[in-house]
Every structure is written in structure tokens, then in C-alpha cells.
Write a protein that binds this ligand. Sequence first.
Ligand code: ADP
Ligand code: MG
Length: 650
Amino acid sequence: VMSKNKSSESVKVVVRCRPLNQKDESNGPAGGIVQMDLRLGQVILRNPRAPASEPQKTFTFDAVYDANSKQRDLYDESVRPLIDSVLAGFNGTIFAYGQTGTGKTYTMQGVWMDPEKRGVIPNAFDHIFTHISRSQSDKQYLVRASYLEIYLEEIRDLLDPKHGSTRGLELRENPESGVYVRDLTSCVCKSIKEIEEVMNMGNQARAVGATDMNEHSSRSHALFLITVECSQPGPDGRKHIRVGRLNLVDLAGSERQAKTGVQGERLKEAAKINLSLSALGNVISALADGRSGHVPYRDSKLTRLLQDSLGGNAKTVMVATLGPASQHYDETLTTLRYANRAKNIQNQPRVNEDPKDALLREFQMEIARLRAQLNHRRWRSKQKREQADGDGWDEDAEGEEDMVEKEAEDYVKLEEQRLEMEKEAIRGDQFMLAEEKQRLLGEKERMMGDLRKEQEATEQLTAKYKAMESKLLVGGKNIIDHTNEQQKMLEMKRQEIAEQTRKEREIQQQVLIQDEETLELRETFTSLQQEVEAKTKKLKKLYAKLQCIKAEIQDVNDEHVRSRQELEQTQNELTRELKFKYLIIENFIPPEEKNKIMNRLTFDPEEDQWRFQPLVPAERSVAHDLLTFLLSTSPALLLPLCSHPPLLLT
Ligand code: ADP
Ligand code: MG
């Protein structure tokens, strides 16, 4: 069984550079700073401020996509294999990382209306449902989608119409399926159209309330989650379920948030915006390093949600996006370093086989239960019918549900007619006492009511059964595949070519490494002169390499110093604010009130934050009101009240 095979594989990292645009051209010197070698999968970065003699920086990735790259190329080469794995029951993640305006959203979503420009997500939708429509008919599928956003360290459910008014959702952990979001809406999708509607709904919810959509999307992380459950009978005759979970992630812009001159709420906000991304960076560093035992997943919502995707049970693709403009050299270099580090992360993907929480299993059981109930009802009413009139109903209608339903309807109509006739007869009976008449009529009335209720209940049950059953997709059945044979052939060819390109690049990269390492060791020299020449060449090469690495070390150090300074600055600001709050507490809140409040605080380790226990019974205190006031008001509005003892505030 594949699930036993705990092989490890690294995170795939690809880099994409968007075309130069007018803004780039008008803001800086013309010409890009990013060059790409598609065959080798290399990015060559030119430092616009460095002298021409300084060697350029070269990075190698699993694949690179330049300004001319097509959405389809990226999908076929770098995403398709991942989605295939998800369909086979693996967890898969693809995330877009990069500075705002470099093409994360273009890569993930693209232009929905233009078939050439559709991004990873719409292509994945097509891929998943086409796969289901072409699979064998003994397979049953259940596809679900969720859509969430992390903004200021709060998780917002984009499919919940009320998400704007409620508190952020909480994370929970479960040994079987890992970290999940509690109460997250999940929509069963039966077709491409339905899942696109879900996506649209979420995108609209995302835009609502954002005063500036560009700014909002550059500061929030969007996660679209698809779960594909597939059941298929195994050799043992039992149905086995495989569950593939796919995370499609459009991260917040990776650029540094300017913190200078920002204070108070804005400062906290700025710190929170960066929190998830810097935590992601720390997690990647810790994993790539391999030596540090502790991986700080718990530092942010994003890293907890992506825990499986980084160093865990998942196959992961990272798309790092770059802009070619020279004024963004620093950010571009940072992105490339980040991406370069991520290559070293090892994951242990395995097929999720028969997990206890598979929804498909629950659905199958519920469908079987409803079916049994329905059959029982039908059998019962059939018996009644046979008792009522001995002329025998059509025996072989059993099994054909429509027939059975029709029959039941006819039976109810006939029964109603019969009861109506009986009632008429009672009404017309002149020898019966009025009282007796009334009683008999009531009885018939009740029988009619019962009959209708029974019929209604059956109808409801049938509707429920049908609704439930319609959620499951059967291989090769529910979705009609309009593609003709020729198109299918073309698709296959394209996939083969993509596979070929990938293999060739791998070989090229290996040859390159071997060239550097071994070739010259085996060389024999015919003359001393020749040996000197060869060794001088080699020396020059190595010297250049040394210079590169030295520059690299300098750069990394500079970066370290910069982020350290920023952290220190944030720390100073926060300490200042803390002192200010302490000052207020000490001057305005009597110690016993303070203690009361302190006692109400509990730490929620799951959420990693402090919570306020509600007062039981609801009792109000000056200190409490003051504290609420303090928490809700800008500190600048508070007047120094030292001359007014707090008790006077009553
Ligand atoms: P991000 O999501 O990273 O902030 P966007 O995806 O919004 O960036 O891209 C910024 C702009 O650049 C958009 O107008 C987008 O259409 C364009 N763009 C990005 N990548 C490409 C590309 N590969 N080809 C053509 N246009 C692109
Ligand atoms: Mg975007």
C-alpha cells in the first residue's frame, strides 16, 4: 500500500517574473534586472547599483518562468503533477510568494474570462472535475471547498455571509487531519460551475469592506481549500476512501511594511501584518537549516495552517514572483533568497487512506440509512394496500424508484377518493344518529389526515435521500465531458511535453553540478604549460565563486542587521506603550479592583492568547468600566487625572 511508503521529497520551488510595465519604465532606468535561463532553471540577477565588474547573482530552481511564459506552461509543468497527487489522496499546497504587484494573484487566479490567462485555480477546477468525469464508474467522489482569509492575525470565513460581524475563527488540532479551522464553512461542489460560484462569492466577500482592495489584498493572505474524497472498492470488496486536501494560497505582499513614524494601533497593526509572513520565513529557515530542532509553527495563524505543507504530510509547490524593475532590486533579491531556502525543506507526503473523519463515509452511511427507511416505508404501505384490496398491486415495480413513487401517489389519491365516498355515504345515511355521524366523519377525517401526513413524510424522506445522493459524484457519470478524442490526444501530448521539459532540465542541472565538481579532477596534462593554464583557469573560477559567496555573506549580514534594527524599534515602541498602560493602571485602578480583573484572565493555550472570563453574576465596577474605556479609546484622549482620585469618578 502506498500509504506505508514514507518517502521524503523536497518542496518544489519555481520562480516567475512578470513583464515590465509602464509604471516600472517611468519610475526607473529602462531595462529589467532579471534574466532567466529557462533550460537550466536559473535566475540571474543584476545589481543596478554595483559596478559592472561585480559578478551577477545566480540562483537555480526547479523551473523558472519569464515574462513570456504562458499560464498553461506553468500549470502543465509545475502544478498538474501536484493536482494529480491530490486526486490520488495526497495533501497538496501551492503558494504564491512575492512583493505586491509581481503577479501572485495573476498566477493564482489570472483573468477568468480569458482562456489563455486563466490562472492556477481555475485550471485546477477544470482538472479536478475532468478527472472525475473520466474516471471509472465504481468510484464515488465528494468535493468540498472553503475559502478563508487571514487579516491582522484573524481568520475570516469568506463563505460565511456574517463573517464581517463575527469574531475571527479559531484553529484546532486533531491527530488525524492535523490543524483545521473550527466552524469553517465548507461547500459541496458538484461541477466546475458550482466551485467557480463559491470562489466568486468569496472574492466578493473579500472585496466588501476593503476601502482599497489593492492595499487589502497586499496585507492579507487568501487560502482556498479543496477537499477531494474518493471511494473505490478494494480487492477486499470493501469501499476504501482516499482524501486529498489542496491548499491554494495567495500570500500577502512580502515587502517590508514601513514602521517608521507609526504608533499606537497602527503600529500594532503593522506588526500583525508582518507577523504571519515573518513567522513563515522563520519556519522556512528552521526547516531548511535542518539543525534547529524547534520549528516555530505556533507563532502565527498562517504557519499553523500550513504546518503540514512545510515539513509535513504534503506535497508543496512554491511560486515566487518577481518584478523586473531595477528600483525593486532589494526586494527581488530577498524573494530569491527566501525561495532558495525553501528548496531545502523536506516533506513526507503519504496517501490519506481511510481517515476516520472522511465525510464521504458519513454520506454513504446516511444514504444507506435513508434508503433503508424509505424501503421500509414502501414495504409497509404496500402491505396496507394489499390488505385494503386483494386484487394485488404490480409486484415487479419494486426497485424502480419512480414507479414505486408513482404507485404510492396513485394509492393515496384512490384512498382519498374512497374516504370521501365513505364520508358522503355517512352524511347521506338517514338512519344514523347525528352524534354517531359526527363521530364517524371525524374518524374518516383523521384517517385522511394520517394518510396525508404519511405521504408527506415519505416525500420529505425521498427528497432528503435524493439531495444527499446528488452530492456524491460518480466516476464518468454526473459530469458530461464534452472534449472529443482529438482534444484529449492534444492534452496528453502537451502533458508529455511538459514532463519531458522537466526531465531535461533536471538532467541539465545535474550535468552542471558534475561539471563543476568532478570533470577537472580526471584531467591529465600533456605539458606543464597546459597544466598551468588549466589550473589558472580553475583558480580564476574558484576565486570568482569565493567573491560571490563573500558578497552573499555581506548581504545576508546587512539584511540581518536591518531586520534586527526593525525588531528593536518595534520592541521599543511596544515597551513604551506598555509602560504607559501600566502608568494608567497604577494611577487609576485601585489594587483590589485590579486583582479582581487579573483573576478573571485566563490563558487559552490553544489560541495562544489571554481571555477575559465573563463576570458571574454580571456586576459592574468603576474599574471595569474604566478598563473598557481604556481599551476602546485612543490613549491620546485621556487627560492626566492625577488630581482626581479614581473613586471620584463614580
Ligand atoms: P500581486 O497579486 O502579486 O500583488 P498581481 O497579480 O495583481 O500582483 O499583478 C500586478 C499586475 O501585473 C496586474 O495588472 C497583472 O495583470 C500584471 N501581471 C502580473 N503577472 C503577469 C504576467 N505574468 N503576465 C502579464 N501580466 C502580469
Ligand atoms: Mg494580489
